[in-house]
Design a protein around this ligand. Structure first.
Ligand code: SF4
Length: 194
């Protein structure tokens, strides 16, 4: 649920907010029944509390309607792509969250979680189209990922890419000269040879 409420909010803040919600209401089913105004109040630490509250309530309500509870155990019996399609039918669940559920849960699937840092780097490297949505970037990059990588390798790769995006490949003024990925990067090589 951290992903659903986490738009433009740092992960530790969203994680703390989901912990608080569960402590206050006792279950995700109870969170789904809570009035929107109460959820907004409980999510004031999020960058957009009203959006976070609406998305959370909508996705939990839809999940309960489909499954009778906040329960994703049926996904274990589905292929990864099929399971992600199922998740993406829920309101507020896009490709990044669906991939996160598949990769960073007990499902342990090979799925790349593309946040804004990761997507920007792939675009600058020339590996995905410049204005690709997260879903399009995911479809473009997954076939190029090493077959032998486990779910844990995907997770580690994501964390390293995030670090690269925060340290060198920042949204503005990327530090290409000192970037460890310069040799692999179309944009970096062009900038350094200009
Ligand atoms: S070389 Fe430059 S553009 Fe490429 S990944 Fe590194 S910082 Fe980003």
């Amino acid at each position: 649920m951290q992903g659903v409420i986490g738009a433009r909010t740092k992960s530790p803040v969203s994680n703390a907010a989901t912990d608080r919600l569960l402590k206050r209401y006792g279950s995700w089913e109870a969170v789904a029944r809570a009035p929107l105004i109460e959820l907004e109040d409980a999510l004031l630490t999020q960058t957009y509390p009203n959006v976070a509250a609406e998305r959370l309530k909508a996705s939990l309500t839809a999940l309960i309607e489909k499954r009778g509870a906040v329960d994703l155990s049926h996904l274990a019996g589905l292929e990864t792509a099929e399971a992600m399609d199922w998740l993406e039918q829920l309101p507020g669940i896009g490709r990044k969250i669906a991939a996160g559920v598949m990769n960073a849960s007990t499902l342990d699937r090979r799925a790349i979680v593309l946040d804004s840092h990761h997507t920007r780097i792939l675009q600058r490297m020339g590996l995905v189209p410049p204005k690709a949505t997260t879903a399009r970037a995911f479809d473009a990059i997954m076939p190029a990922m090493p077959e032998e990588w486990s779910a844990a390798d995907y997770d580690e790769h994501h964390l390293l890419m995030k670090k690269l995006g925060q340290t060198w490949c920042r949204p503005s003024s990327p530090d290409c000269r000192n970037c460890p990925a310069l040799a692999m990067c179309e944009t970096g090589r062009a900038r350094e040879s200009a």
